[in-house]
Design a binder for this molecule. Structure first.
Ligand code: GTP
Ligand code: MG
Length: 146
């Protein structure tokens, strides 16, 4: 697919990095086709990260992801999922490559600034969840003239 889903997580929003992260995303060749400043409920965060429900950090992850505003976005680019994972860098910022978003803005493995879909299948699911949650701003066709 040529689409992926991202969230600028509560730590990065709180630390004032929305603008710089969006700049890294667009400078990386991604087109933003939907964008929303919002906040996950505890139930939203539990559902989004349900795949990690059995992990020891799940409670901490859900608490973190729902504690403040996030920016949710759909991004378009050839090879979007893989290229965006490259742009965000490793989950643990100590292992993230130079030039990646997490190298620049993540503070720990738990508070790591951004989410990126990890497969085409999950990207499609996350884009769909975003589209039904935020119908009022989801209209990629609006961008077709650009
Ligand atoms: P996402 O893009 O957010 O899905 O991150 P990821 O795909 O790089 O990592 P993964 O899906 O394995 O883990 C999801 C999220 O759980 C991570 O981004 C972290 O915020 C959190 N997480 C993962 N491992 C740990 C950990 O060992 N401790 C804590 N506190 N959080 C973790
Ligand atoms: Mg993941």
């Amino acid at each position: 697919t040529n689409r992926t889903f991202t969230m600028i997580k509560p730590d990065a929003v709180q630390n004032g990095h929305i603008g710089n992260i969006l700049a890294m995303i667009t400078n990386g060749g991604f087109k933003i086709v939907s964008l929303k400043l919002t906040q996950l409920t505890v139930a939203d965060a539990q559902a989004f990260y349900a795949v990690h429900a059995a992990r020891p950090f799940y409670g901490e992850l859900v608490e973190f992801m729902s504690r403040g505003p996030i920016v949710a976005a759909i991004l378009e680019k050839d090879n979007a999922v893989e290229d965006f994972r490259t742009l965000i860098g490793a989950t643990n910022p100590a292992e993230a490559a130079e030039g990646t978003i997490r190298k620049a803005y993540a503070t720990s493995i738990g508070e790591n600034a951004v989410h990126g879909s990890d497969s085409d299948e999950n990207a499609a699911i996350e884009v769909f969840l975003h589209s039904i949650s935020y119908t009022e701003c989801y209209n990629p066709k609006r961008f077709d003239r650009q």
